[in-house]
Design a protein around this ligand. Structure first.
Ligand SMILES: *Cc1c(COP(=O)(O)O)cnc(C)c1O
Length: 417
């Protein structure tokens, strides 16, 4: 173990890293003293790719020069602009291009999907969710239940880790599906839990749930651009995501939705808008809504092109590097981080993320208050703190080096000693 705790070892890992060159394609924020921050917050807001400016400028320029004509005559015409993102997204999600659509923001998409996929009846009306799901997801689900005039206490099942444990066992999810399946109509989980970093076994959960005629949706905010996804093959009914975390597409940039093709022409309830209408006669302004028979049919409005441009820039990097290579590096980086952390006093910190998860490692600070987090921040580390006692660290294979991880370890080690 000892040899790993040297700076030379970290530098050597960087020298051997074939993806190391991509760091230079991102803007790394600088401290007041001119040094780069150690940025471990890609799970919250990914860094800006340098070429994103070019992509956004192109649309700014075309807008200046062409005005409304840009819809058809821009270098990248705005009318079909969202279609330029479909294959990139499809690759990341393991979906068909027709199953994905860049639109709205995550929580909005979650609502739109629940309008289509949460159709409670007298017998089958419950939703299963993680007890520590991201609050927005809980608010969304509860408000959907209320929208159907149902009682949240009777309709929402929050699955928890066992007493004394921090992550949910797959066995417990399966048991719950077995026990509550007949009354449950929807299961909604994060692909990766935002707090613990736990990766859910999406394939298994989907299979189990669908045997009980339960619809399955995943919130992929922390999964897309992070772990391998195979939504189509797994038969997942729907998924939603945002593009500003691992996808590096800028603050508040628009998200997306995946809808399995088996639902495209089914007559599901949905909220409609003109951008979801059949492209052939959309501009004839017909009175009757006729949805596009792909995921595009769920669009409401014409999308923000500047945001799509930033996403397009980012997806071009993922296309070039490939998820497979990123995952290999991410696993190596996580393992390196864990090995280093194991040499630190375990009375003070505990890793709560299971091994072999994605980029994120959540570290519980024992008897902790926020002080340790504040101290590492003063030392130039950008991580984040989640109440009551967790520091989340996410080395991102596109722009974090092994040296970043080493420096973090040294600082933490010093502070805990
Ligand atoms: C980041 C995140 C969100 C954020 O939702 P927005 O609608 O994009 O503001 C929602 N859910 C989860 C699980 C997240 O991680």
């Amino acid at each position: 173990m000892e040899y790993k705790t040297t700076k030379e070892y970290a530098k050597n890992l960087d020298r051997k890293d074939t993806l190391a060159k991509y760091r230079n394609q991102f803007h790394i924020p600088l401290q007041k003293n001119g040094e780069e921050y150690i940025y471990f917050c890609g799970n919250s807001l990914g860094l800006q790719p340098k070429k994103t400016k070019e992509y956004v400028d192109q649309e700014i320029i075309d807008w200046a020069n062409l005005g409304v004509e840009g819809h058809l005559n821009a270098k990248n015409p705005w009318l079909p602009y969202h279609e330029f993102l479909s294959s990139g997204y499809a690759n990341l999600l393991g979906a068909k291009a027709s199953e994905v659509i860049a639109m709205n923001t995550l929580t909005v998409n979650l609502h739109l999907m629940m309008i289509s996929f949460y159709n409670p009846t007298k017998e089958k009306f419950k939703i299963i969710i993680e007890s520590d799901a991201f609050p927005s997801d809980i608010y969304a689900v509860e408000s959907q239940i209320r929208l159907h005039n149902l009682d949240i206490n009777k309709s929402l099942i929050k699955i928890k880790p066992r007493e004394g444990e921090t992550v949910i066992r797959i066995q417990d999810i399966e048991n719950l599906i077995e026990k509550e399946g007949d009354k449950t109509t929807l299961i909604l989980l994060g692909g990766v839990n935002y707090y613990t970093g736990q990766v859910f076994e999406m394939k298994k959960i989907t299979e189990q749930a669908q045997k009980k005629n339960i619809k399955v949706g995943f919130d992929l905010a922390h999964a897309i651009g992070n772990i391998r996804l195979n939504l189509h093959k797994w038969g997942v009914d729907f998924a939603v995501w945002c593009s500003y975390k691992y996808l590096n597409s800028g603050p508040g940039s628009i998200g997306g939705a995946y809808i399995h093709e088996k639902h495209h022409s089914a007559h599901l309830p949905r909220l409609c808008g003109w951008w979801g209408h059949n492209k052939d006669d959309r501009f004839k302004m017909p009175k009757k809504f006729n949805p596009i028979q792909t995921a595009e049919g769920w669009q409401l409005s014409n999308p923000p092109i500047l945001s799509l441009a930033a996403i397009r820039s980012s997806l071009s990097i993922f296309d070039e590097v490939s998820m497979e290579k990123l995952i290999v590096k991410s696993k190596n980086q996580s393992k390196y981080l864990r090995d280093l952390l194991k040499t630190i006093n375990t009375e003070r910190i505990e890793i709560i993320t299971p091994e072999d998860s994605g980029c994120q490692t959540s570290i519980r600070v024992k008897y902790g208050n926020k002080l340790l987090y504040e101290k590492i921040s003063e030392e130039g580390i950008i991580a984040d703190w989640r109440e009551p006692d967790v520091i989340r660290i996410a080395p991102v294979p596109l722009y974090n080096s092994y040296l970043d991880i080493y420096k973090f370890y040294k600082i933490l080690h010093k502070l805990i000693k």
